[in-house]
Design a protein around this ligand. Structure first.
Ligand SMILES: [Zn+2]
Length: 204
């Protein structure tokens, strides 16, 4: 079985608060020893996905998963595997329906950090929980791991990088090849593992 390692939560300059250009992300994956996949999950926009995928397409051993991190009244939701935004208004139910209908994967983003959904996530049918977020304190990540167990959902991890030094500090191991559809299917089936990470300092 092929195994890939992916940083599933990255912000590019298409997010107002990130300094990581699509080029920087692609170059980091090119240079990295074992993380060859990243998801572009900008705040409320998918504008950076196409640009980044286009740049990455020149290199056959790396892969960009298109995605988005959507702000809702209840908390942030990451959708993996979409190059389109869900229709507004952005309700949790509406976003999850959109993900399901489009074969995308819905993730409760950093549930126990600021902008996280917390226990409310239990009321909805998500595909996965972000159990390790690189920009969250370890207590928040621990609580997220407990939530994933309680909800019976796979756990995923991402750096939530907003500057280049944070890229690929956190990753998910996925039993899939270098292919977006294979990765999304594996995520839904729970063929994932999040290694134990040492905590890192919080960047905001
Ligand atoms: Zn984020």
């Amino acid at each position: 079985m092929t195994l890939i390692r992916a940083d599933l939560h990255v912000h590019t300059t298409f997010s107002d608060d990130s300094s990581i250009t699509p080029k920087t992300l692609v170059e980091r994956l090119m240079a990295h020893n074992f993380i060859k996949v990243a998801a572009v999950t900008d705040h409320d926009t998918v504008a950076g996905c196409g640009v980044t995928r286009q740049l990455a397409s020149a290199y056959p051993d790396i892969l960009i998963i298109p995605g988005v991190e959507i702000s809702t009244q209840q908390g942030d939701i990451v959708i993996l595997g979409t190059e389109e935004l869900p229709p507004k208004p952005w309700t949790v139910e509406g976003i999850l329906d959109f993900a399901r209908e489009n074969g995308a994967v819905s993730v409760v983003a950093h549930p126990y950090r600021e902008w996280g959904m917390g226990d409310l996530a239990k009321n909805y049918k998500f595909d996965a929980v972000e159990v390790y977020n690189g920009a969250s304190p370890s207590a928040s990540n621990k609580a997220a791991q407990d939530l994933a167990k309680l909800m019976g959902l796979p756990g995923v991890a991402g750096s939530d990088a907003h500057q280049s030094s944070e890229l690929c500090t956190v990753y998910t191991e996925i039993q899939a090849g270098l292919d977006v559809d294979e990765i999304l299917t594996a995520l839904k089936k729970g063929l994932v593992k999040v290694p134990p990470f040492a905590g890192r300092s919080i960047h905001f």
